[in-house]
Structures are given as structure tokens and as C-alpha cells.
Design a binder for this molecule. Structure first.
Ligand code: FAD
Length: 397
């Protein structure tokens, strides 16, 4: 058999693949020169003072700790990071400040914040820099083929074929590793699209993440470090097409109405991007010497802001399983990969099911299920113990 070039190859250096690489080099008991990251679109940190990007994510407290462990957190420009202290959630049948509106406050769980809103690009670049600085190997190329051989996976990219004991697919929702490794997945459209943009608001965001559950889909306003908000406005396909076709003034009016006036008048401060929303669940996370992490394994509705957070937990779990193997044991030994799969598949499936339920219950005409959900929101709003429970979930503590 040909020589094995790497112990671990990671296809995809997005948020999750880059996190796995950076964590492995520090905590996975692998030699840096024996780890390869393949990424077709390398990103660099945003320049200091450059306008904030419109692709952002809400990072839980647990994800922040993971970014510290990966030596990426200290590389982020604090001026671009927005810790948020509160969340306010309501439904379109009530006002944002009504008694039924749900408020989670970091102070209620004695935490400084519930998490932070950060540009995807800044986090990805910080993780890639942490990986490269620790001596990880890189090919700025696309994986095009894989063949599982006895003892290794042969990986083809533009510069040729190399062999690794373990290939991790961190290559996103349309994962080639998933397809080439023959891992089946269940996929369905939510029948919604998410409109993403930066906006200005008449009133300050007060370090609060706001979310209104409309019958056409949820609207989230996420606070940004420069005072703007990032919106994620999920709407049924026909409604999102209508919203995207509106001119700026009409869109601003529709957005202000949909926000229930929570922050006064809202106005676009960037272009609008639109993302079709799909649910994907890989039936297995492991096949032979291949494993999946992040969106390659599971994609959920963004309403709970959990996609990256779940993916980072995958990266940490796989790193732990590899790091805990006995000395000289193969990184892709079945018990190593099974330990990872056992830990993450049920947790991700549960999160997906909860998110799907929330989406289904609030969407559509107000039926019985919708009424229960709205009353449930009010119930949680009035119980300090339940609010603390959900605040801890958001904070990841
Ligand atoms: C509108 C919207 C809002 C969201 N908001 C949040 C939020 O607030 N919080 C949250 O936690 N999640 C959020 N998510 C989900 C989150 O964006 C994803 O879960 C996350 O980006 C997945 O990261 P990943 O690294 O697994 O995949 P990706 O980000 O898709 O990265 C995959 C990487 O692999 C590379 N790649 C692909 N194919 C190959 C190949 N063949 N060879 C080499 N490289 C390859 C790509 O270039 C890319 O860099 C949101 C999603 C959407 C759509």
C-alpha cells in the first residue's frame, strides 16, 4: 500500500472544519504536520475599521469557551464582537413589551452575557490563523474524490492524491464527503427563505437579541458591535419573494411593521441576501474511515441560532474522542469514531426536532397548536425558574 501522508485530513475549513483543525492540534494528541486542511475558499480577517459583514452568528457561552480552547478568541477584534445580555421573544398576536413576551436576562443566571454576535468571516479567519500558527498543513484546494482503502482514505484534490487515516467531512450542507462516502441523508425544504441584511434602528438595540414569531416565519434582530442590527427574516417562499421584490422604502415599512415597532423605525443599511432553508440529517456520522461534522451532518432552521453552535460541539466531541485514544491507536479506530457518533447524533437530532416543532407551531393560521405555543410562551414569561432554564440553554452553561 502507498505511504500514509496524514493522520487526519479535514475537507472544508469553514467555521466547523477550522475549529476542528485548531482544536486537534492543541488537544487531539496528533502531530501538526500529520494534519491536513483542504479549503477551496480561504478567508482572511476583516481589516480593522472595515464595515461589519452581514453574515453573522450568535455564539453561545459554550462556543466562546471552545474558541478560547482553540486559541482563536484572543485573535478577534473586540470592536467587532457584540456580547448580548438579553433576549426578547414574542409572537405577532402580542406586543414586544406585553406580559406574554419572553425576556431572558443574563443577570438572572448571574452571567455577564448570554453569548455574542460575531461575523462568520472574523471567527473563521481567527480559527484558520490558530490552525496555521500551530503548524497544521493546508491545501487551498477542493476535494474532488475519495476512495476508502484498507488502512487509509485516498483523497484527490487539484494538486494530486494524498492518503489519510481519517477523512473528516466539514464541507457544509452539500457535502461531497457525505455523498462520496455513501452516507444517506434525510432532506426536506422548510418552504421558507431567510432574508439577511444589516439595518439601522431608530432606538438603540440595548445589547438585546429580539425575535418575533410571525405566522409567515420568525424575524430576528441581532445586535451588532457598531450599533446596527443584523436581521434574519425567515418567511414562506412566496412571502420572501414578495419582500425581496419590494423597493427599499416599502421593504423598510414592511420590516418595521413585522418587528412590532420593538426598536422604532427600521431601515436597510446593506444589500439583502436570501437563503433557502432546508433540513438535512445524515443517517450516520461515520462510514469506515470517514466522519462528518457541522452542516455536512445536520442542517436546521436558523430560528434558534444553533447551527454553528451544534457544529462546534461536534468538533469538540470528535477532538475529545481522538485525544482520548490509547497511545498508538489508529485515529480512525471504530471505537474512536463510534464514541464521537454516539455523543453527537442524538443531541443534534433532538435539537433539530425541537427547532422543527417551534417552526411548525408558530407558522400558519392560528390553530390549536399555535394557541398552546403562544400560551406556553406566556407561561414561561411568568416563571422565573423556566426563564433561568432557557437562559442557561441560550448561554450554553
Ligand atoms: C440565514 C442563516 C442564519 C444563521 N444564523 C446562525 C446563528 O445565529 N447561529 C448559529 O449557530 N448558526 C447559524 N446559522 C447556521 C450556520 O451558518 C451553519 O450551521 C454554519 O455556517 C455551518 O458551518 P460549517 O463549517 O459546518 O459549514 P460551511 O460554513 O458551509 O463551511 C463549509 C466549508 O467547506 C468548504 N468546502 C465545501 N466543499 C469543499 C470541497 N469539496 N473541498 C474543499 N472545501 C470545501 C467551503 O468553502 C466552506 O468554507 C445560520 C444559517 C443561515 C442560513
Amino acid at each position: 500500500m502507498s505511504a500514509i501522508d496524514y493522520d487526519v485530513a479535514i475537507a472544508g475549513g469553514g467555521l466547523v472544519g477550522a475549529a476542528l483543525g485548531a482544536l486537534l492540534l492543541r488537544h487531539g494528541r496528533v502531530e501538526p504536520r500529520r494534519v491536513l486542511l483542504l479549503e477551496r475558499d480561504w478567508v482572511e480577517s476583516p481589516a480593522a475599521g472595515a464595515p461589519l459583514d452581514l453574515r453573522v452568528s450568535a455564539y453561545s457561552g459554550a462556543s466562546r469557551q471552545l474558541l478560547i480552547d482553540a486559541d482563536a478568541w484572543r485573535r478577534l477584534d473586540a470592536a467587532r464582537v457584540c456580547p448580548y445580555e438579553r433576549m426578547q421573544v414574542w409572537h405577532e398576536g402580542s406586543a414586544p413589551d406585553s406580559a406574554d413576551s419572553l425576556r431572558f436576562d443574563a443577570a438572572e443566571i448571574a452571567a455577564a452575557d448570554l453569548g455574542a454576535i460575531i461575523e462568520n468571516r472574523a471567527v473563521q479567519a481567527a480559527l484558520l490563523a490558530a490552525y496555521v500558527e500551530a503548524g497544521g498543513q493546508v491545501r487551498r484546494e477542493r476535494l474532488t474524490q475519495l476512495v476508502q482503502e484498507p488502512g487509509a482514505v485516498a483523497i484527490t484534490s487539484e494538486s494530486g492524491v494524498c492518503r489519510a487515516r481519517l477523512l473528516v467531512g466539514a464541507d457544509g450542507a452539500a457535502s461531497q464527503v457525505r455523498n462520496l462516502a455513501g452516507i444517506a441523508s434525510r432532506e426536506a425544504s422548510y418552504g421558507e427563505r431567510a432574508i439577511v441584511a444589516l439595518i439601522r434602528s431608530a432606538q438603540p438595540h440595548r445589547a438585546t437579541a429580539w425575535q418575533n414569531f410571525l405566522s409567515t416565519g420568525p424575524l430576528a434582530l441581532l445586535p451588532m458591535a457598531d450599533g446596527h442590527c443584523s436581521i434574519v427574516w425567515s418567511a414562506l417562499d412566496a412571502e420572501s419573494a414578495r419582500l425581496m421584490a419590494l423597493d427599499e422604502a416599502a421593504f423598510n415599512r414592511a420590516l418595521t411593521r413585522a418587528s412590532g415597532g420593538a426598536l422604532g423605525e427600521l431601515a436597510l443599511a446593506s444589500e439583502r441576501l436570501v437563503f433557502p432553508l432546508r433540513r438535512i440529517a445524515a443517517e450516520r456520522y461515520v462510514s469506515g474511515r470517514c466522519a462528518l461534522v457541522g452542516d455536512a451532518a445536520h442542517v436546521i432552521h436558523p430560528l434558534a441560532g444553533q447551527g454553528v453552535n451544534q457544529g462546534l460541539l461536534d468538533a469538540a466531541a470528535l477532538c475529545r474522542a481522538i485525544g482520548a485514544r490509547p497511545a498508538r491507536e489508529d485515529v480512525a479506530a471504530p471505537r474512536v469514531l463510534r464514541a464521537y457518533e454516539r455523543e453527537r447524533r442524538s443531541g443534534n437530532a433532538l435539537m433539530g426536532a425541537v427547532v422543527d416543532q417551534i417552526d411548525a407551531v408558530f407558522k400558519g393560521p392560528p390553530g390549536l397548536a399555535g394557541r398552546f405555543a403562544r400560551e406556553g410562551l406566556g407561561l414561561v414569561a411568568r416563571s422565573a425558574a423556566l426563564r433561568q432554564f432557557f437562559a442557561r440553554q441560550a448561554n450554553g452553561s
